[in-house]
Design a binder for this molecule. Structure first.
Ligand code: NAD
Length: 487
């Protein structure tokens, strides 16, 4: 199986390479085979990309917003028309089951392009009346923005960053995760086909050092990174030392609270979505499932039955519900956490092993895993595992569970299942998390802001607020009378 792109990078509307860059193998996670080999960007490639973005940005910013938006909406149509081909590419890159990538990846990228392409024309400054004289504000682009992606939603991540950036009149240099470099290149070609002028969306490949080189470049005005908290801290410190704008979409260890009165099938469905979608590699996952004592046995029965029925295997088979993890290191990490959970005294209720799958012996699979009897202080309840490992914890009272749910340095997401709606809103208001759900989990439509409290992030993606984060305000005072000067 091969998925070799024409070259490693996409700069100024064309593919380019510099084979002196470190080799960057692309591995199909279901089999372990190398399907492409790219090169990490050399300093020369970084320079070319940033110069292309700088040169293109001014004329783009001077277009009417509606004209910029039209190009993004055309790109959204192309993404939708190529959904199947792009979903397959995303499955090869990430290992995620095709039944997910067909509905969640290029589709949500298209949603972002369509949304920001339409919204930007109505995104304006303010008018302030001083009874004669007045002031107005302008929303102006920042200039050259850098996007740095994680591996779990590669094309979605590239679109969630580039759509608001481009709509607002910025140029972008995007660095995908070194684990999943392919689909951002496809997005770049689609932008060109949709009529985006050359240089406005550039893709450079590389490891963390390339991300750091982009972030620290003097031309760059802003960096938006999706990744782990340790990476976010490094990028934020670097951006801060150079006084650059920054958006951080980082990790989590989110609570999902299930009260006694919840609809049991919906609550189980929510917990499964919150832990096993994308083989558990979702930043907002509700990996601490707090279940109230009265519902615990029934919840566990149904949870176990439905987990046993999950079809794990060939990600390209439309019947498969769970593919492998992204790479061997992530598989090793998840398996090591299974060991840690057992040593800490949690009960391995289901899974925890590597499934034997004929024809996929070299893949990075891990069974969907459920720990019960988990205590708040255990590492499996405090640290982000980023794999299909659910911790079930038990609670008695509302106040108690709110306090325990908030006892974490993370604050990305939270969920509540209950039929008691006053309680649902009361509890959600107390939870320290940026993206919350009542009676569902992990839905992230582009129309609502997405992002975290506490160490899970700074700034927001999606919704109109994302345009705030890709623009700066200019205030203009306009005098209509004489200048009252004492001099
Ligand atoms: P990671 O932190 O290892 O890497 C993220 C990106 O940062 C990669 O492109 C990497 O090359 C780059 N990078 C690494 N060091 C850098 C540095 N010093 N300077 C600049 N760039 C650098 O994350 P990952 O393992 O790819 O993704 C998993 C993590 O991402 C998890 O913690 C997950 O929760 C988080 N995540 C968050 C969101 C969100 O929206 N909040 C979404 C998806 C994933």
């Amino acid at each position: 199986m091969r998925a070799q792109p024409k070259a490693s990078h996409y700069i100024n509307g064309r593919f380019v390479d510099d084979e002196r860059g470190a080799a960057l193998p692309v591995i199909y996670p279901a089999t372990g085979e190398t399907i492409a080999t790219l090169h990490s960007a050399t300093p020369n490639i970084v320079e070319l990309a940033i110069e292309a973005a700088r040169a293109a940005q001014g004329a783009w910013a001077r277009l009417k917003p509606v004209e910029r938006g039209r190009i993004l909406r055309r790109a959204a149509d192309i993404l939708r028309a190529r959904n199947e081909e792009l979903a397959r590419l995303e499955t090869l890159d990430t290992g995620k089951a095709i039944q997910e990538t067909l509905v969640a990846d290029p589709a949500s990228a298209a949603d972002a392009l369509e949304y920001f392409g339409g919204a930007v024309a109505s995104y304006n400054g303010d008018y302030v009346d001083f009874g004669g004289s007045f002031a107005y504000t302008r929303r102006e682009p920042l200039g050259v923005c850098v996007g740095i992606g994680a591996w779990n939603y590669p094309i979605q991540g590239a679109a969630w960053k580039s759509a608001p950036a481009l709509a607002m009149g910025n140029a972008m240099v995007f660095k995908p995760s070194e684990n999943t470099p392919l689909s951002a290149l496809a997005l770049a070609e689609i932008y060109t086909e949709a009529g985006l002028p050359d240089g406005l969306f550039n893709v450079v490949q590389g490891y963390g050092d390339v991300g750091a080189a982009l972030t620290s470049h003097e031309v760059v005005a802003k960096v938006s990174v999706t990744g782990s908290v340790p990476t976010g801290k490094k990028v934020m410190a670097l951006a801060g030392s150079l006084m650059k704008h920054a958006t951080m979409e980082l990790g989590g260890k989110s609570p999902l609270i299930i009260f006694d009165d919840a609809d049991i099938e919906n609550a189980v469905g929510g917990a499964l979505l919150a832990n096993f979608y994308s083989t558990g590699q979702v930043c907002s996952n509700g990996t601490r499932v707090f279940v109230q004592k009265g519902i615990q046995d029934r919840f566990l029965d149904r949870l176990t039955a439905r987990t046993k029925a999950i079809r794990i295997g060939d990600p390209l088979d439309p019947e498969t519900q769970m593919g492998p993890l992204v790479n061997k290191a992530q598989q090793d990490k998840v398996i090591s956490y299974v060991g840690i959970g057992r040593e800490e005294g949690a009960t391995l209720h289901y899974g925890g092993g590597i499934p034997a799958l004929q024809g996929f012996e070299g893949g990075f699979f891990v069974e969907p895993t459920i720990f019960t009897g988990v205590k708040d202080e255990m590492r499996i309840a405090r640290e982000e595992i980023f794999g299909p490992v659910m911790s079930v914890l038990s609670f008695a009272e509302e106040d108690e569970v709110v306090e325990r749910a908030n006892a974490t340095e993370f604050g990305l997401s939270a969920g509540v299942f209950t039929r008691d709606l006053p309680r649902a809103h009361r509890v959600i208001a107390e939870l320290q998390a940026g993206s919350c759900w009542i009676n569902n989990y992990n839905l992230a439509p582009v129309e609502i802001p997405f992002g975290g409290f506490k160490q899970s992030g700074i700034g927001r993606e999606n919704a109109l607020v994302a345009l705030d984060h890709y623009s700066q305000i200019k205030s203009v005072y306009v005098e209509t009378g004489d200048v009252d000067s004492p001099y």
